[in-house]
Design a protein around this ligand. Structure first.
Ligand code: SF4
Ligand SMILES: [Zn+2]
Ligand SMILES: [Zn+2]
Length: 298
C-alpha cells in the first residue's frame, strides 16, 4: 500500500498522493510523512489546548524512555524554549543507564539537562528504602511528582510524555477506583494553583506511534526495565484495553474524547477541595501532603 499523504506536485498547484510505500498503517504513511504526521499532531494539540505561549520556558520531565525523549526532541525541533529535568531515584543497574543515555542525548542536541536525586531531598536512595520492605512504586511516584513540582517552579510549564494509551488507562483506573478528584486532574493540561502547569502534547498520539517515531528518528533509548516494576493494576488495565482496541479499533480514543467532554464539570468540583500542606506549602486535600507523610514515615 502507498502513502496516503497529499503533496503538491512540482511546479504545479494541485495535490497528488505521495508515491512512497507506506511503512505504517492507519494512517498509511511512508517514513518521512509518518514523522511529519506525529510532529503535526503534537503541534495541533499544543495549539488547540493553548498548551504553550511563545514566551514560555518549558521544562520537559525526562525519564530516558521513548515518550519523554521523543517529546523533548520534537519540542526542540519546533523551536520551543526547552530544558530537561530528570529525577534520579537511586535504582542501581537501571537509572544510571537511562541517565547516561540522557546526558549524551542532551549534549548532542544542545539541551540543558538538570538531574536531581532522591537522596538529597529525602535522605535515602530508593533501592535502600525498598530493601527495608517499603513498596517501591507508591514511594517512587509520590516523591517524583513532589520533586518535579519543586524543581520546575522556575519554569512556566512542565511537559510530560504521557500518550493516548497512558491517558485512557488512567481514566479507567480512576473510574474503577472511584477517584473522582484524580479523574478531574487529567486532560492535556492541569490548572491547579501554586503548581507549575503540566502539559501533555502527546495526548492524542498512540504509544505505538511514538515508538515508531523514535525508531525512525534514531532516538535509540535503552531498552531496560526497572527491577521494581511489577504487574500492577495499571498493567491489567493496559492489557485489557489493548485487547479491546484490537477487537474494536478507536476504543482508546473514544475514552479520551468522552472524558474531555465531561471534564469541565469534574474540574469544577475538584477546584473547591484543595488546601495547602503546612510543611511544604504544596496543594493538599487533607492536611499534610502525601510526600510529607511518607518522608516523616521514613
Ligand atoms: S517501576 Fe516503580 S519503582 Fe520503578 S521507576 Fe517506575 S514507579 Fe519507580
Ligand atoms: Zn509519503
Ligand atoms: Zn507537603
Amino acid at each position: 500500500m502507498n502513502c496516503s499523504m497529499q503533496i503538491k506536485a512540482k511546479g504545479d498547484k494541485k495535490t497528488i498522493n505521495c508515491e512512497e510505500k507506506a511503512i505504517f498503517s492507519n494512517p498509511n504513511y511512508c517514513a518521512k510523512h509518518f514523522s511529519k504526521y506525529v510532529e503535526q499532531k503534537t503541534a495541533d494539540t499544543i495549539k488547540k489546548f493553548k498548551l504553550i505561549s511563545p514566551s514560555d520556558k518549558i521544562c520537559v520531565a525526562v525519564s530516558g524512555g521513548k515518550d519523554s525523549v521523543s517529546l523533548l526532541y520534537i519540542l526542540k525541533k519546533q523551536g520551543f524554549n526547552v530544558e530537561a529535568l530528570a529525577i534520579d531515584e537511586g535504582i542501581a543497574g537501571y537509572r544510571n543507564i537511562t541517565l547516561d543515555f540522557l546526558k549524551n542525548f542532551c549534549e548532542k542536541h544542545k539541551i540543558k539537562l538538570t538531574i536531581k536525586n532522591y537522596e538529597d531531598d529525602f535522605g535515602k536512595r530508593l533501592d535502600e528504602v525498598v530493601k527495608k520492605g517499603e513498596p517501591a512504586c507508591n514511594l517512587c511516584g509520590t516523591f517524583r511528582r513532589h520533586m518535579l513540582n519543586k524543581y520546575a517552579a522556575e519554569y512556566d510549564k512542565i511537559a510530560t510524555g504521557h500518550n493516548l494509551d497512558d491517558e485512557a488507562q488512567a481514566v479507567l483506573m480512576n473510574l474503577f477506583k472511584a477517584q473522582t478528584r484524580m479523574l478531574g486532574r487529567q486532560g492535556p493540561k492541569t490548572s491547579k494553583k501554586d503548581f507549575v502547569r503540566k502539559i501533555k502534547p502527546f495526548y492524542f498520539l498512540k504509544e505505538k506511534e511514538i515508538m515508531a517515531y523514535a525508531f525512525l528518528n534514531d532516538i535509540n533509548v535503552p531498552f531496560i526495565e526497572c527491577p521494581f516494576a511489577s504487574v500492577s493494576f495499571r498493567g491489567h488495565i493496559r492489557d485489557w484495553l489493548n485487547a479491546l482496541e484490537a477487537k474494536t479499533p478507536g476504543t482508546k480514543e473514544n475514552i479520551i474524547r468522552h472524558y474531555l467532554s465531561l471534564t469541565k464539570k469534574i474540574k469544577m468540583d475538584d477546584a473547591s477541595t484543595l488546601d495547602e500542606c503546612p510543611l511544604c506549602g504544596f496543594p493538599s486535600s487533607n492536611g499534610l501532603c502525601h510526600a510529607c507523610r511518607l518522608k516523616m514515615k521514613l
